[in-house]
Design a protein around this ligand. Structure first.
Ligand SMILES: [Mg+2]
Ligand SMILES: [Zn+2]
Length: 185
């Protein structure tokens, strides 16, 4: 079984975009490619798990989510880095797209995306990590027994102030999170 690092997308892997609906709003941090490559080299499965309720809210089509992930992949591959798999939740309980208006199991803080990834990729969740900028990311990680890291990018600073949590490591950003993860035995 493989260890994984689950990465939230907006605010963690990339800049927070507040409903990213265009490719030019996918903004990499200066360290994004290096951080992912370091996890690749350490043989972690790198799995992006992202809530994309903008689909249910009718702000962009579901096809855009796949397009965005292909775009991210191009940038990563050019830098010798790769994401092993992307999972997303297109739902929201108050969405306007009827088929997607649901209280699903895949919207973080519920752990459906992580559980699906574990099943698809044969992951060892207890030896995996979840990195995110919101408590809903951290809760999803905890729900599967992963260790959790909150980053101060995106909504992370506000999250840190709002809800102290002794079990979660708090660091400035993704590259610091990766540095910390790679130091764990
Ligand atoms: Mg986020
Ligand atoms: Zn969902």
């Amino acid at each position: 079984m493989r260890r994984a690092v689950f990465l939230d997308r907006d605010g963690t892997l990339l800049e927070e975009g507040n409903y990213v609906d265009r490719l030019d709003r996918l903004v990499f941090f200066p360290y994004t490619v290096d951080a992912v490559r370091a996890l690749n080299e350490a043989n972690f499965a790198v799995v992006v798990v992202t809530n994309q309720s903008g689909v249910a809210r009718g702000m962009y089509p579901e096809s855009f989510v796949g397009e965005a992930h292909r775009h991210i992949d191009q940038r990563l591959h050019a830098g010798g880095a790769r994401v092993d798999a992307y999972y997303y939740c297109p739902h929201h309980p108050e969405g306007i797209v009827a088929d997607l208006r649901q209280d699903c199991e895949c919207r973080k803080p519920r752990p459906g995306q992580l559980r699906q990834a574990a099943s698809d990729l044969n992951l060892d969740l207890a030896r995996s990590f979840m990195v995110g900028d919101r408590w809903k990311d951290i809760e999803a990680g905890k729900a599967v027994g992963a260790r959790t890291v909150l980053v101060r990018t995106g909504y992370g600073r506000a999250a840190e102030d709002a809800n102290p949590d002794d079990d979660t490591v708090v660091v400035d950003n993704l590259i610091q999170a990766v540095t910390w993860i790679l130091r764990q035995p």
